[in-house]
Design a protein around this ligand. Structure first.
Ligand code: AVI
Length: 328
């Protein structure tokens, strides 16, 4: 359900249950390969656990991307130039956004996020760091076209989508999002996007299955959330977190694997799983130079520059809104 600005509202039933959550979980658990959309990993506990993940030694993407943003300040200033309205898809983390804002001297900053409280807190925090910068937070679901504030209508835009969050979407959804971003940002806009790189499977699997078990907690928290919010009886202790590289689709998959045959209920509906069956909970696609360019172009963006961290683990790509041409 959305309001007139395309803003997603939580639609609760008479028992206070999020209808979309229940519908996604029940639909996903009825499939032969059980699956729950990854967005449901992020309740309060899940969001905190993700913050913890960004600090663990094995999870390199946050550090690698931050290194690029720190080291390439002058390149960004030159390639992007001053005077743009920076539109960030998902509220800025306290570390990455200031690095970009400092580098390019923007005319305004527009953080978009569906979580209003988080959005306003992040905006207030940034306003303290950049007192002279006009900041216009917009509470919206950026998977749909967003009407940007009037005040930035005439400014050229730079979309900012760090973190390789694009990798959590299957290519079809990622393409839809890139096209939607282009519609939101308009002609002659640019996009600065983080995209994680394909690398040795053992490095990737360790990043998603750390020795300290933080990612396992993040994944298992979904089962706990289902039990708590949907009256579920999933025996969480009989499930194991699994992170595996799927080479056919160039992605790390997270699953919850049953270690023995189990029966459980969710919202009154019965489910059974045999030992070794899994619930697929997340994809994290990784990219090559070619696959990132192909995805961006499919979404209406032409990559113009690409930066890697010193260990060549992660890429930050600058793209321009492609001008539609019929030839060749
Ligand atoms: C948010 N997203 C980019 C993270 C990733 O790397 O795919 C989510 C994550 N899942 C497990 N670890 C991190």
């Amino acid at each position: 359900m959305t309001d007139k600005q395309g803003l997603a509202l939580v639609d609760l039933d008479e028992d206070g249950v999020d209808r979309a959550f229940r519908a996604d979980v029940l639909k996903g658990l009825r499939q032969p390969q059980k699956a729950v959309p990854a967005r449901w990993l992020y309740d309060d506990a899940g969001s905190q656990l993700f913050e913890d993940i960004t600090q663990i030694p094995e999870y390199y993407p946050t550090r690698a991307e931050t290194e690029i943003l720190e080291d390439r300040e002058h390149d960004f200033a030159e390639a992007i130039g001053p005077g743009r309205a920076v539109v960030e898809f998902g509220s800025g983390s306290s570390v990455k956004t200031p690095l970009l804002l400092r580098a390019i001297d923007p005319a305004a900053y527009v953080p978009l996020d569906i979580a209003g409280d988080f959005l306003r807190a992040a905006a207030a925090d940034l306003q303290e760091k950049f007192p002279a910068l006009p900041i216009y937070p917009v509470e919206a679901d950026f998977m749909r076209e967003v009407a940007l504030p009037e005040a930035v209508a005439d400014m050229p835009k730079l979309g900012f989508f760090p973190g390789s969050t694009i990798g959590n979407m299957v290519p079809r959804t990622a393409t839809d999002l890139l096209r939607t971003m282009r519609a939101t940002l308009g002609e002659s806009s640019k996009l600065l996007i983080g995209m994680d790189l394909i690398k040795q499977p053992d490095v990737l699997e360790a990043a998603y299955d750390d020795a300290g078990g933080v990612t396992a907690e993040f994944n298992l928290n979904l089962a706990r959330r289902i039990n708590r919010e949907l009256g579920g009886s999933i025996p969480v202790e009989t499930f194991t977190h699994v992170a595996r590289w799927n080479d056919d689709f160039a992605r790390v998959e997270m699953h919850l694997e049953a270690r023995q045959d189990v029966n459980f209920k969710v919202s009154g509906e019965a489910f059974e799983m045999a030992e070794g069956d899994t619930i697929h909970t997340e994809n994290s696609h990784k990219f090559s130079r070619h696959s990132s360019a192909t995805l961006l172009m499919a979404g209406g963006w032409t990559p113009v520059q690409r930066w890697l961290d010193k260990e060549q683990r992660f890429s930050v790509i600058l793209a321009e809104a492609t001008i539609p041409r019929s030839a060749p």
